[in-house]
Design a protein around this ligand. Structure first.
Ligand code: SF4
Ligand code: SF4
Length: 428
C-alpha cells in the first residue's frame, strides 16, 4: 500500500558534477535525525570504561583467526598478507601526518567548508561532511597520537566497487575492499595538501589506522544513519562505504544529522539479521554505551568472517547498499514494501564449501565452529603462566617457565600491530 511522503531530503549526486537528488521519506519512517543517543551515558562510559580497538581488546581471537584462516581459506590469507605489505607504508604515512604543518597562511575570517567539500568531491569522495571531533570516541591506545588542538572532523566516504561487492563473500569482494583502501590513501594525501595550502593543519585517520569508531561522526555530519547491520547506511552506496576522517582546526561550518528514515526502515526490513550465516545480528535493539542499536555478537561473527573471506553477507543483502537509498525510499513510498525482499537477487549468497543459500535457508556449521578464544592475548598468556606456576613443584623449573612466559608475552604484544582481517583495525 502506498505511503504518504512526510518530507524530502536533498543530497548532492553520487559523483562530482552529478545533479542533486531528492529522496522522498515516507511519513511513517520519520524518527530521530542521526541515531538515538543519551549523551550523559556516552560520557559516563567514556570515563569509566574507555573505548578500545578490536585489535587490542580481542587480540586473542586475531591470533586465532590468523591460524584458522591459513587452513580454511589459504587464498584469503595470501591476499591479506599482500594487502598488509601494501598498507604498511600507508599506515606509517598516516602516523606521520600529526607532525605535518600548513604550507601557507590562512585567509583571516574566510570559511573554507565549501572549498574543502568541492575539492574532496573532485578527488572522488562520494560523501563529505563536517562535524565536531568528539573526543569521547577515541580509543584509549590512540589518545597519545591525537593532535588535541584539532577540533573539527571532516568525514569522507569512498565507494567500494559495486560489482565485486555483490559477490560477497568472495575473494573478489575482498580485493575490491583492499583497492578502496589504497584509493583512500592517495586521495587523502591530495586533500591534506589542499588543506595545508589553505593555511590549516590536518591529521589523517584511515584506512586501517583509526582514532576510534568513525560511524558516530559520520552520522553526526549527516552522511547516513546506523543500520541494523552495524554499518553506516550512506545515501548513495549504503554500507559499501569505506570511511576516513581528517581532523583540522580550519574555519569550517558543521553539518547536521539527518533523518533519512533508515532507523524505522530497518525495523521493517531486517534482511541482514535474517540472512547472517552466523546468526550474529540481534534483531532487538538495546542501549549500549549510550546508543540505541542492534548489537552484533562478535563471537558468532568472527568465526564466519575468518573462514569465508571476511563474510560481509550483511553488506551484500542490504537493499540500501544494493539499490541506493533514493530507489529504496521511492519504492517504499509507492508500495509500502522493502525493495528486493525475499528475492534471490538480493538475499541469495554462496559459501564455497556449503553451496548456495536462497532466501529462507541458512547454512549449518559443525560443532566447535564458534569456539574461539576471547579477550586479550596477553591475558591468556598470563592465565596459562599462573596455572603452570601452581602445578610446579617448589622452585624447580620456575626460571625456565618465566623465560618462556616473557617470550610469549612479547610475541603477543607485538602481534597486536597486525591488521585485523582486511586492514579493518590496527592495535596501538
Ligand atoms: S560479517 Fe557475516 S557473520 Fe558477521 S554479521 Fe555480517 S553476515 Fe553475519
Ligand atoms: S538489511 Fe535492512 S535491516 Fe539490515 S541494515 Fe540494511 S536496511 Fe537495515
Amino acid at each position: 500500500m502506498a505511503r504518504r511522503v512526510g518530507y524530502h531530503v536533498n543530497r548532492p549526486g553520487r559523483r562530482h558534477g552529478d545533479d542533486d537528488v531528492q529522496i522522498p521519506i515516507a511519513a511513517d519512517l520519520k524518527s530521530t535525525p542521526g541515531t538515538p543517543t543519551r549523551d550523559n551515558e556516552i560520557t559516563y562510559y567514556t570515563r569509566e570504561y574507555p573505548l578500545e580497538s578490536v585489535a587490542v581488546e580481542h587480540s586473542a581471537s586475531s591470533l586465532w583467526a590468523l591460524d584458522v584462516r591459513e587452513d580454511a581459506a589459504p587464498e584469503t590469507a595470501e591476499l591479506y598478507r599482500k594487502h598488509q605489505s601494501e598498507i604498511e607504508p600507508v599506515v606509517e604515512w598516516l602516523k606521520s601526518t600529526r607532525y605535518m604543518e600548513p604550507t601557507a597562511d590562512p585567509a583571516p575570517g574566510k570559511d573554507v567548508t565549501e572549498a574543502i567539500r568541492d575539492k574532496a568531491r573532485e578527488l572522488g569522495y562520494g560523501e563529505v561532511g563536517f562535524t565536531n571531533f568528539d573526543r569521547r570516541y577515541i580509543y584509549k591506545s590512540k589518545r597519545e597520537y591525537v593532535r588535541a588542538e584539532l577540533k573539527h572532523a571532516i568525514c569522507l566516504a569512498v565507494e567500494q566497487d559495486y560489482i565485486a561487492t555483490q559477490s560477497l563473500p568472495s575473494l573478489d569482494a575482498e580485493e575490491a575492499h583492499g583497492e578502496a583502501h589504497m584509493k583512500q590513501a592517495e586521495m587523502a594525501k591530495e586533500l591534506m595538501e589542499f588543506i595545508h595550502s589553505l593555511g590549516y593543519p590536518a591529521q589523517v585517520w584511515g584506512p586501517t589506522w583509526h582514532f576510534g569508531p568513525m560511524i558516530p561522526l559520520f552520522v553526526q555530519a549527516g552522511l547516513g544513519q546506523l543500520g541494523v547491520n552495524g554499518q553506516l547506511l550512506s545515501p548513495h552506496f549504503g554500507s559499501r562505504a569505506r570511511l576516513q576522517v581528517i581532523t583540522t582546526n580550519a574555519l569550517i561550518t558543521h553539518d547536521r544529522p539527518v533523518d533519512y528514515g533508515v532507523t524505522k526502515f530497518c525495523e521493517l526490513c531486517h534482511i541482514c539479521s535474517m540472512r547472517c550465516p552466523g546468526r550474529a545480528i540481534n534483531q532487538n535493539k538495546v542501549w549500549f554505551r549510550g546508543v540505541e542499536k542492534s548489537k552484533l555478537d562478535f563471537r558468532r561473527c568472527r568465526p564466519v568472517m575468518t573462514r569465508y573471506s571476511g563474510c560481509g553477507v550483511c553488506m551484500k543483502v542490504c537493499p540500501v547498499q544494493r539499490y541506493g537509498l533514493p530507489e529504496v525510499m521511492k519504492y517504499y513510498v509507492e508500495t509500502g514494501r522493502v525493495i528486493g525482499k525475499n528475492s534471490d537477487n538480493l538475499e541469495g549468497y554462496s559459501l564455497p564449501d556449503k553451496g548456495y543459500f536462497p532466501p529462507g535457508r541458512l547454512p549449518k556449521f559443525e560443532a566447535g565452529f564458534f569456539d574461539m578464544p576471547m579477550g586479550r592475548s596477553e591475558d591468556l598468556v598470563m592465565d596459562e603462566y599462573r596455572e603452570r606456576v601452581q602445578e610446579l613443584n617448589g622452585d624447580d623449573g620456575r626460571e625456565a617457565l618465566w623465560d618462556e612466559f616473557r617470550t610469549k608475552l612479547d610475541d603477543a604484544l607485538q602481534k597486536r600491530d597486525i591488521p585485523v582481517d582486511m586492514g579493518m583495525d590496527l592495535g596501538g
